[in-house]
Design a protein around this ligand. Sequence first.
Ligand code: GRF
Length: 216
Amino acid sequence: MTRLRTAILISGRGSNMDALLAAARAPDFPAEIALVLSNRPDAPGLAKAKAAGVAVAAVDHKIYAGREEFERSLQLVLETYRIDFICLAGFMRLFTPWFIGQWSGRMLNIHPALLPSYRGLHTHERALADGVKIHGCTVHFVVPEMDEGPIVAQAAVPVLDDDTPDTLGARVLAQEHVIYPLALRLVASGKVRVAGNRVLGAPGESTDALVAPAVL
Ligand code: GRF
């Protein structure tokens, strides 16, 4: 089995990175995590990945004159590691259309809300303020528009009476750790295809497993 050489891009603690690294340890997992790359050299996730024996690199966005210069350095690092696929996991920089074009159909993101609701930041606060009863998370392909792109997997969680942004966020995060490895497994094994804005099963495959039930 050829495993898809995957880079995880992070900016912070890297709990989704941990979930992907753990899943990729399974011998039948169709992707190998060949690199963890951060725009913040001091990202806690980077130190964790290094301690776990994974190749790491940092491209500090602050030293570059602009977004394109930063992205060209990122691209060089990704090419050096012969990366085929990217998982954004709490990577807090927006990309230019140029970079996204380099990775079209080969870059996933995880977002802590049920897209297309609550694009952007502070999703748990906003869900509580709106009084929604169901919240969740989404893994999607990355397109030039922020927090848009074909949805690969979603998980829903209930919003409880005594929730705070932190308790709700923790319930969502636990589901992020479930659906991100699931989504990467299905995409990397070629079991899904993109049809317009929809991600469907490849011929003979079902994507039913991508819809996780609400969990308490
Ligand atoms: C997660 O909530 C993810 O959905 C969002 O950023 C956060 C990253 O957390 N994109 P972690 O670094 O994976 O713990």
